[in-house]
Design a binder for this molecule. Structure first.
Ligand code: 5GP
Ligand code: ZN
Length: 114
């Protein structure tokens, strides 16, 4: 996707502060952190959102969850706790249409809701 900012980050055409990378997954610090630790975890493959994931993508999305747990361990927030969420569509506030999981930690997070 030539106009996707996260594809550009994957391609190295835009900078990012990387915290994790393997052959299929990339994680980097959010440019506008909403918590003391706010990392975005994405597949290198362009998938617009969870709603667009196909059955063939489930192993990849499983790898993202495994990466989230590993990153949380490496950033030493496993014990204090963390949150992993993905926004889908307008009501959830999705602004980047390349699926990404927010890993948030480092403070007591507010309850989910409206
Ligand atoms: P969404 O609302 O789509 O779930 O979240 C998109 C996230 O991407 C936001 O938290 C926003 O701050 C972050 N973001 C948007 N553009 C960039 C960028 O160019 N670099 C980084 N590192 N984060 C970005
Ligand atoms: Zn993309």
């Amino acid at each position: 996707m030539s106009d996707c900012i996260f594809c550009k980050i994957v391609a190295g055409e835009l900078p990012s502060k990387k915290v994790y990378e393997d052959d299929e997954v990339l994680a980097f610090h959010d440019i506008q952190p909403a918590s003391p630790i706010h990392v975005l975890i994405i597949p290198k493959k362009h998938i617009a959102s969870l709603a667009d994931a196909k059955a063939e993508d489930w192993p990849l999305l499983g790898r993202i969850q495994a990466a989230a747990a590993q990153i949380a361990r490496e950033l030493e927030v496993e014990e204090s706790g963390y949150r992993v969420i993905t926004n889908v569509g307008a009501n959830a506030g999705q602004i980047v249409h390349h699926i990404h999981y927010h890993l948030m930690a480092g403070a007591r997070l507010s309850p989910l809701g409206v």
